[in-house]
Design a protein around this ligand. Structure first.
Ligand code: MG
Length: 248
């Protein structure tokens, strides 16, 4: 496990672990419940806002320059085209229930952060890590489903490369008054039916080898997906805005 991570990065606010600390405990492996059939696709609920339903990327643009998203679409999924960069939704939204499915490349190459890396970026800034951690150890705060660089997942619940996997995320974005964070972002993540984070408060924006800090932004933002050079696929992406109980 020695060189999976870093030993020269700053300490996180807990004072115990460094960013990408290789000595932090590894998340326990939990085998998710069997899918009855790998091709089974459970569609969105009736009030969901569809971000990708499998046929085109008309709702997505390049994160870098707003040009049309250049990833590949086939057979109901989108796939990263390495070198074309992150893509993001035209849709801007805030607190929500988000569903997204992904599959790691079946051709196994690379190790640690080099295997099936991508990412789901809430508001374009806060990453839930996408990685192939099936039989592929890495630094804990970079494991599949990690709040990258901040919190390892409570479990490593990866399915095998090529199998479809699900994230169900409850997202509450940060609130700012001027430059001040009055409420940090809060996130709950369920991966293949296994809880990874429960109302965890983010330290700040996602960074690499640094402690993330908050930078003020609006209460809505896009969903972005990462091009990390690997042929990761995504499908069935939708959200429902969070609402309170009906007022009587
Ligand atoms: Mg990533």
């Amino acid at each position: 496990m020695g060189n999976l991570g870093y030993d020269d990065t700053p300490f996180l606010p807990d004072g115990k672990w460094r960013v990408h600390d290789s000595t932090r405990p590894q998340p326990p492996i939990v085998t998710p419940g069997a899918a009855c059939c790998d091709c089974v696709l459970v569609g969105p609920p009736s009030d969901a806002v569809i971000l990708f339903e499998g046929t085109d990327l008309s709702g997505w643009v390049s994160k870098a320059d707003g040009s049309p998203a250049a990833w590949k679409v086939e057979n109901g999924y989108m796939e990263v085209v390495p070198g074309t960069g992150y893509i993001q939704t035209k849709e801007q939204f805030g607190d929500c229930q988000l569903h997204i499915e992904f599959a790691a490349p079946t051709e196994i190459k690379g190790e640690s952060q080099g295997r099936g890396n991508s990412g789901v970026f809430l508001m374009g800034a806060y990453e839930v890590q996408v990685l192939d951690c099936y039989d592929n150890p890495t630094y804990p705060d970079g494991t599949t489903g990690a709040l990258y660089g901040q919190f390892p997942p409570l479990a490593n619940a990866c399915r095998k490369p090529g199998e479809w996997q699900t994230y169900d995320i409850i997202w509450e974005g940060p609130r700012f008054e001027g430059e001040t964070v009055v409420r940090p972002a809060r996130i709950t993540v369920i991966f293949n039916g296994v809880l990874l984070h429960y109302a965890t408060e983010l330290i700040g924006k996602t960074t690499h080898r640094e402690v993330g800090v908050y930078e003020p932004h609006p209460e809505v933002g896009p969903l972005a997906l990462q091009d990390h050079g690997d042929l990761v696929r995504f499908r069935n992406i939708w959200y429902r805005p969070l609402k309170g109980y009906p007022e009587g």
